[in-house]
Ligand binder design. Structure first.
Ligand SMILES: [Fe+2]
Ligand SMILES: [Fe+2]
Length: 416
């Protein structure tokens, strides 16, 4: 088989990478192209504090929809330690696929410096080179077509290998521009058009879920959130028992955040604030919700304690200055959940159920284990047990709980 290899840090992966792989595949009639994120490369600092795992997962999700078109995510480099040179990776790759013809896809800039790479003669023993021209042909930064062809022949001659220039100009998106654009986001709001147009949707939803590249600020431009101030305020407004429960939910949320690569601070704050409205008299809920034009469901009217979640989101915003979308929705949904929750929503929903002070629910040990192995399954099981309990005790069931359960039940079934 003829196989292309497109390596890179993919920090983040963008449409230019996908198009480059597709063009190389078409022009060289490759059977498939492996999209292979690098470990942490020796010659290049990885920007944006993005972990290797996050780059891998982002890339995997971006490439998944292109499987049918012959692009495959490859974790081949994953098993190598941080500073592995290309010649070692390509040597190992060739060993694992001795009968395949390998084409290493590189950018024009890399071709220009190819002679100065570590062991270019070894690299070309195992692979041919496919070169992608720069978009800005003929400018100071880029060679003309003729110059590029000449350089390709020179390298081909020197190293006795095939060097093909790909007829496409696709390297016009820059990861550094996208990183900057991503870091401008706040409060985990939406994405700009530049981001939506240039980052494959699978990668984008992962970036949103894990809040990658984002400079995390929880409150508005003038406010600054101090955890200690908020803790003291919460201590005053809750009963001792409830306050201690809130601290434990906060700690549990931080542990889950670490497990699922979510930033710790918003998880800590959401845990602390999740029950901030719990000790407000129930009759005040109705006026607060009315004032803020929030609808009340039939189930909530029957069981007003459920409303402490919705009211909590309002209090967190108005009295604690939180405008972070993720935190507010995780407070709003912490009792019943809702279909298709964000990672933080699931973390808070779960932390509230499993925090170490809890001892009433059945099979808590199993649920606690699940929380750290598969959060979606854990959420489904918590909802299942909650529904069974409400059913056994002949209590009213909030349709939101059932809807959330059904969503996760169906979602997981589809994925199996
Ligand atoms: Fe609660
Ligand atoms: Fe709670």
């Amino acid at each position: 088989m003829k196989i292309g290899i497109l390596g890179g840090t993919f920090n983040p992966i963008h449409i230019g990478h996908i198009n480059a792989a597709l063009s190389a595949k078409k022009q060289l009639q490759l059977d498939e192209v492996l999209i292979m994120p690098s470990g942490d490369p020796p010659h290049k600092a990885v920007n944006g504090h993005i972990t290797k795992n996050a780059r891998f997962e982002m890339t995997r999700r971006a490439v998944e929809p292109y499987e049918k078109e012959g692009l495959h995510f490859s974790d081949f480099e994953y098993s190598f330690s941080g500073d592995t040179y290309s010649y070692i990776i390509l040597h190992e790759l060739k060993k694992s696929r001795p009968d395949d013809e390998l084409w290493f896809i590189i950018g024009e800039d890399s071709l220009l410096t190819f002679q100065h790479w570590v062991k270019p003669d070894i690299i070309t023993k195992y692979v041919n080179l496919a070169v992608l021209p720069r978009k800005d042909e003929g400018t100071k930064r880029a060679l003309s077509k003729k110059e590029l062809e000449d350089k390709a022949s020179e390298v081909a001659g020197q190293f006795q290998t095939k060097v093909s220039v790909i007829d496409s100009e696709l390297f016009d998106v820059s990861s550094s521009f996208l990183r900057e654009e991503l870091s401008k986001r706040q409060f985990n709001d939406g994405f700009s058009d530049a981001l939506k147009n240039n980052i494959p949707s699978g990668a984008l939803s992962y970036i949103k879920e894990r809040r990658l590249y984002e400079e995390i600020r929880l409150t508005g431009p003038k406010d600054h959130f101090e955890f200690e101030d908020a803790r003291k305020k919460i201590k005053k407004s809750l009963s001792k028992k409830r306050y201690q429960h809130s601290l434990r939910v906060s700690d549990t949320a931080v542990a889950l955040a670490a497990r699922y690569s979510y930033p710790a601070f918003p998880a800590r704050v959401a845990g602390l604030l999740h029950d901030c409205a719990k000790d407000i008299p129930e009759k005040e809920y109705f006026s607060i919700l009315k004032e803020n034009k929030v609808d009340i469901t039939e189930a909530e009217r029957k069981a007003p304690y459920l409303l402490h979640a919705k009211v909590g989101a309002i209090i967190a915003k108005k009295e604690f200055g939180i405008i972070d979308a993720d935190i507010l929705s995780s407070i709003r949904t912490h009792t019943t959940g809702e279909p298709d929750m964000s990672l933080l929503q699931k973390i808070i929903f779960t932390a509230d159920y499993i925090e170490p002070g809890r001892d009433k629910a059945k099979r808590l040990d199993e649920i606690r284990e699940l929380a750290f192995s598969d959060l979606d399954i854990c959420v489904r099981e918590i909802l299942f047990d909650t529904l069974s309990y409400l059913d056994e005790t002949k209590s009213d069931i909030d349709p939101a709980t059932r809807e959330t359960y059904e969503f996760y039940r169906d979602k997981l079934r589809r994925e199996f």
